[in-house]
Design a protein around this ligand. Sequence first.
Ligand SMILES: CC(C)(COP(=O)(O)OP(=O)(O)OC[C@H]1O[C@@H](n2cnc3c(N)ncnc32)[C@H](O)[C@@H]1OP(=O)(O)O)[C@@H](O)C(=O)NCCC(=O)NCCS
Length: 113
Amino acid sequence: MIVGIGIDIVENRRIDENTFNNLKENILTVKEKEVLLTKKGKKKLEYLCGRFAGKEAVIKAIGDKEILNMKEIEILNRENGKPYVILKDYNILISISHEKNYTVAEAIVLKEE
Ligand SMILES: CC(C)(COP(=O)(O)OP(=O)(O)OC[C@H]1O[C@@H](n2cnc3c(N)ncnc32)[C@H](O)[C@@H]1OP(=O)(O)O)[C@@H](O)C(=O)NCCC(=O)NCCS
């Protein structure tokens, strides 16, 4: 059963070098930072924006501010690229998309009926 949905959009160019470094330290988990290191060129910014939009979408989908630390939410990718969320006590689906200037993410919270 779906119990929550959340969506978020990030304008990529608003993430300047300073903001990039702050977000990297403040929102990425250790594993996400390892993945970021493998990204080159514009893929680096896309990756960070994807995690940021994704985590904002997850927080909206949960619907209250009980998740205060974005590092509690981990968004990784399967071998085929499909993203998935790891967050204690929650079953969450996520989708992320990048365009030249924007990144959007949508999250859905599921609960057993
Ligand atoms: C995977 C695919 C859907 C990504 O779409 P895209 O338009 O290239 O790129 P987008 O920016 O919209 O999406 C990228 C995000 O999709 C997600 N993604 C990647 N592979 C995915 C998959 N197999 N399933 C679901 N989501 C996927 C990721 O979250 C990725 O962002 P991230 O790497 O930052 O996490 C696309 O490449 C694809 O394989 N399409 C199938 C059809 C096809 O091959 N068309 C080409 C010939 S017409």
